[in-house]
Design a protein around this ligand. Structure first.
Ligand SMILES: [Zn+2]
Length: 163
């Protein structure tokens, strides 16, 4: 398959938090690079934001597993993400430490939102990888769902408290 490669200029200009850089997204997912600083994460220092990132993927047997399309983050870098990312700062959620399950990389050839015009310029019938995600097993899926439940309960009690 072919990959879409986007021009890179690290450190140039201001970060665009609402945009996805397709090459950076894939490198981050495949090599488990930190979404904030771009450096490798290690098993002991690898976090995700379980509410803001990814979703459940329904498999052929009907079971659901967590799929994450956002690269992991170092613990120290979660502070910058929570402060500077407009989406995360609204959610006020806690980072979740990743487990031994690194998931498996799934490539996506559907067009990433925002890249429709570019996709029109690609040769017809060419399979192009735009993005990828990691699909996790039952253990980490359960932890993500637990974290999402806890976040939902806290959000509900906050709303009840302010009413
Ligand atoms: Zn980092």
């Amino acid at each position: 398959m072919m990959e879409l490669d986007q021009k890179q200029a690290p450190g140039d200009g201001a970060p665009l938090f609402a945009m996805v850089h397709v090459t950076r997204q894939r490198r981050g997912m495949v090599d488990l690079l930190c979404h904030v600083c771009g450096q490798p994460t290690t098993r002991n220092d690898r976090y995700i934001f379980p509410v803001a990132s990814g979703g459940l993927v329904t498999l052929l047997d009907g079971s659901q597993q967590y799929g994450c399309n956002v690269p992991p983050i170092h613990r120290a870098c979660t502070r910058r993400a929570l402060r500077d990312c407009p989406h995360l700062s609204r959610l006020s959620e806690l980072p979740l430490r990743c487990s031994w399950d690194e998931g498996r990389v799934i490539y996506r050839t559907d067009v990433t939102p925002g890249l429709e015009a570019l996709a029109q310029t690609l040769p017809e019938g060419t399979e192009v990888v735009f993005s990828c995600y990691r699909l996790y097993g039952p253990e980490f899926t359960k932890r993500v769902l637990g974290a999402r439940d806890a976040w939902g309960q806290l959000a509900r009690s906050r709303r009840a408290g302010s009413a």
